[in-house]
Design a protein around this ligand. Structure first.
Ligand SMILES: [Ca+2]
Length: 103
């Protein structure tokens, strides 16, 4: 399973291209642009599992920094600031990692 099996390659390209400037990443806009908002919970889980590189069941901070590369191999890494902002938004229970159910 690859990201383009789940999401439209053109949408991914546009979304990645919209946030090429460092510290411009807006995860809400990004997830909307790649079409994730329109996906079923099952498909969202599949996307999550692609981003969970070590298959731990969680997206840890080091994986989060490479989240754009999970969508497109030639995308940039997130800055430390962007990674921390995204972690704070996704980590509802404050354990320093993001679970598949948004924990
Ligand atoms: Ca992981």
């Amino acid at each position: 399973m690859s990201m383009t099996d789940l999401l439209n390659a053109e949408d991914i390209k546009k979304a990645v291209g919209a946030f090429t400037a460092v510290d411009s990443f807006d995860h809400k806009k990004f997830f909307q642009m790649v079409g994730l908002k329109k996906k079923s919970p099952d498909d969202v889980k599949k996307v999550f599992h692609i981003l969970d590189k070590d298959k731990s069941g969680f997206i840890e901070e080091d994986e989060l920094g490479f989240i754009l590369k999970g969508f497109s191999p030639d995308a940039r890494d997130l800055s430390v600031k962007e990674t921390k902002t995204l972690m704070a938004a996704g980590d509802k229970d404050g354990d320093g990692k993001i679970g598949v159910d948004g924990e």
